[in-house]
Ligand binder design. Sequence first.
Ligand SMILES: [Zn+2]
Length: 170
Amino acid sequence: MSVLTIRNCLDPVLRKKCDLIENIEESLVTLTDDMIETMYNATGVGLAANQVGISSRLIVVDLGFKDEQHNPITIINPVVTASEEEMIGQEGCLSIPEVYADIKRFQRVEVKGVDLNGKDVRLEVEGFLARAFQHEMDHLEGKLFWDMLGKVKRDMLKRKFKKMLKEMQE
Ligand SMILES: [Zn+2]
């Protein structure tokens, strides 16, 4: 397994809608392992394939870092099939480091997709896990969490991000 470079929000790959995965090839299994490793290395709770530059509909999610027990969930071609009740909560993104904002998401979602064996999966998730799924699935549509905010707030966060990026490069 290897740690991949996480693309930041200025990379156009994060603005492109990802492609459906038609065949589960060995390279996809390797990519998934690397994405999980990359997510742990960055202490994130989720990662979408386009965040490492691959425009395919694949996400990994794991809240396990909290209790140091890893339990990664991989879903290929995920779709939300049911949702209920909205909630506001703080959100960040590995592609927009150091920037956080309150974002409205569904409290509970049902997600369907397939796993690495090509088997259908159906998950019912809630709370922060539901938030993580919705966030990662937005990535597959080429969306970032600050797109949900008003322009004034978003521009403020963008300035914050660019300033942070500049400081990192100095
Ligand atoms: Zn993200």
